[in-house]
Design a protein around this ligand. Structure first.
Ligand SMILES: Nc1ncnc2c1ncn2[C@@H]1O[C@H](COP(=O)(O)OP(=O)(O)OP(=O)(O)O)[C@@H](O)[C@H]1O
Length: 356
């Protein structure tokens, strides 16, 4: 479905501004990497320390009604331009899918919004204020999180981390505060249909169960914006649908804006208001019906790309490997877990849920 969004837009890689302007318009804190995560983040990424007492009123959107506003944003790593001149506005309750080949800068976009990665140029704002680390306005479902099979962390402990932030180990709260904390965790788990898992060790969860629990943790601060980094990875189609529907329900019930990085667009296509497609420093933005077309993707990749409907699924086919930055065999196009060290681009077929 679409909600009367503006016509699709595109951007192209261009010459960035002088280095002296880096970050001038954006206060985003210090760049960070997954490798900097501490012990607690081994099993989750608490974003803020919040009391279990009623949360004070939070700003809900910018004066223009946007939860996310990227303006003329450019992200570079050294001389490499991931994307440039990016303008993105996400309103409350809007569901935006971020697509693109491995290495096109999808996770990096989330890191910008988490205040972990400074822009080279332009600005990034959430609810009208510059992005910052640890904002309770933002919930985050990380791409892949190492879980130590030996750790006897229970599901409720993991979700509690989202509520009381950095405290690892038994809750230090007592009496009524402790009961409130427990009730909060129970409610968060119930909201994602995982109440029955509360006392199960995290290491024993199936992939689908773990994703539900991660969503519960990410929603602990009742965020305005939910950032999801490939939450469907490694799930079978039924569980992909389940997790996608869960996130969609949340944004409808609570007007939560969702920015959803995925290689499985078919699992979310019914929910998506806008698609942001990143490719080779360029980008295209608009409703799926405008972006997911042969013409638009060929323009984006500057080479022939076909988008076809097959058995109710979208399939993106590049005419040649080089056309879409591909350089590997057909087998390499099959979906596989992303590798942090894999800088290759072996995507569009897998990106769009292609199956042999
Ligand atoms: N801190 C960094 N310094 C230098 N290069 C980086 C840094 N972080 C990421 N990169 C590189 O930038 C590119 C984009 O990375 P990013 O993780 O944003 O891609 P992605 O689109 O999310 O990929 P995938 O689909 O594989 O998860 C990759 O080539 C990556 O190796």
């Amino acid at each position: 479905m679409t909600r009367g969004l503006p016509a699709g837009r595109s951007g192209v890689a261009g010459t960035g501004p002088a280095a002296g302007t880096a970050g001038a318009a954006t206060t985003v804190g210090v760049a960070g990497t997954a490798g900097e995560l501490g012990t607690a983040e081994m099993v989750g990424t608490p974003l803020a320390t919040v009391d279990t007492d009623p949360v004070p009123a939070q700003p809900s959107a910018s004066p223009r009604g946007a939860v996310v506003e990227l303006a003329d944003a450019e992200l570079t790593y050294g001389a490499r331009v991931l994307w440039t001149h990016l303008d993105l506005s996400i309103r409350r309750g809007e569901f935006v899918a971020v697509l693109g080949a491995n290495g096109s800068g999808k996770t990096s976009l989330l890191r910008v919004l988490l205040g972990q990665q400074p822009l080279r140029h332009g600005s990034a704002r959430i609810a009208g204020a510059p992005v910052r680390r640890g904002s309770g306005l933002v919930g985050y479902v990380p791409q892949r999180v190492a879980i130590d099979a030996a750790a006897a962390v229970r599901v409720r402990d993991l979700v509690r981390l989202g509520v009381d932030g950095h405290r690892w180990g038994p809750p230090f709260t007592v009496g009524a505060a402790r009961r409130r904390l427990r009730d909060t965790v129970d409610r968060l788990l119930a909201d994602v249909g995982a109440a029955h898992l509360a006392d199960v060790p995290v290491a024993q969860l199936s992939g689908g169960e773990l994703q539900r629990v991660r969503v519960a943790q990410a929603l602990a601060t009742d965020p305005l914006l939910l950032l999801c980094d490939e939450p469907l990875a490694a799930l079978d189609p039924a569980h992909q649908q389940e997790v996608a529907a869960l996130i969609d329900r949340r944004r409808r019930d609570r007007d939560t804006a969702v920015l959803f990085v995925t290689h499985e667009v078919n699992a979310v296509i019914d929910y998506v208001d806008q698609v942001l497609y990143l490719a080779e420093g360029r980008w295209a933005l608009g409703p799926p019906s405008e972006v997911m077309t042969s013409e638009r993707l060929s323009e984006l990749y500057q080479a022939p790309v076909d988008v076809i409907q097959a058995h109710g699924r979208l399939v993106v086919v590049a005419a040649s490997d080089m056309a879409a930055g591909l350089h590997q065999s057909w087998d390499d196009h099959l979906p596989h877990p992303p590798d942090a060290h894999d800088h290759g681009r072996h995507d569009p077929l897998a990106t769009q849920g292609w199956r042999r």
